[in-house]
Design a protein around this ligand. Structure first.
Ligand SMILES: [Zn+2]
Length: 220
């Protein structure tokens, strides 16, 4: 089989059909390893598809967008648990309305504005109050019992329209790792491929979608 590339021809490797878009990946293409779990969410070492299973167009395009969705949805969880970001950079949380988090010397430092007014000069800069947005931290309760102060609140998790597609992408890539490229190229898995590439709130859903996660922080 022949493929045309930049005015010349390059051999097409039949064994390197992209498991997502199903196009043949040219031998001349630089194909980076695909992290099955996004690095930003703490991909374990070696959990890669490194046999040219995913074309660079999918890797840097749709899958990168889905990785960003997961990084955003798991933002608080990964910071609380000290998960390093891509290239081992520490994580910072700035994408929710009224909370900021950053790594501290003895654990995450949390700046939370329960409202009703803005805090112009918090330790993390201007901090808005809750706005009614789903990514607010709401129902904040501050309790002191003896030497222990407890702060709790509620926020959303899994609300992004592409959240379910992003989780399905991990699922199919994990199956590819376990069972091989040929297995996941089976047309019966076409609906999963289609759902991941096109996304949206469709009939394939995870049980965690639309669930509201409880969060809490505790300190002396
Ligand atoms: Zn592709």
């Amino acid at each position: 089989m022949e493929g045309v590339v930049a005015g010349g021809t390059a051999r097409v490797i039949d064994e390197t059909t992209c498991i997502w878009c199903l196009r043949k990946i040219l031998e001349s293409e630089d194909v980076p390893p695909e992290h099955i779990v996004p690095e930003a969410v703490g991909c374990p070492p070696g959990l890669l598809l490194d046999q040219r299973e995913v074309c660079p167009t999918c890797n840097h395009g749709r899958l990168a967008a889905l990785n960003a969705v997961l990084a955003s949805e798991f933002d608080m969880v990964r910071l609380i648990h000290g998960v390093k970001g891509k290239t081992s950079r520490p994580n910072y949380l700035r994408s929710r309305t009224n909370i900021r988090m950053r790594p501290g010397s003895s654990g995450p430092e949390i700046f939370l504005n329960a409202g009703p007014g803005a805090v112009p000069n918090s330790g993390a800069g201007y901090l808005p109050p809750p706005t009614g947005h789903e990514r607010d931290v709401r129902d904040v309760i501050f309790k002191v019992e003896g030497e222990i102060a407890t702060v709790s609140g509620r926020t959303s998790f899994g609300q992004h329209p592409d959240f379910s597609a992003a989780v399905h992408a991990i699922g199919l890539e994990f199956v590819a790792k376990l069972m091989g490229r040929g297995f996941v190229l089976d047309p019966r898995l076409g609906p999963v491929r289609d759902f991941v590439l096109k996304g949206g709130r469709r009939e394939i859903r995870t049980r965690s979608a639309n669930r509201v996660a409880d969060i809490g922080a505790r300190g002396p």
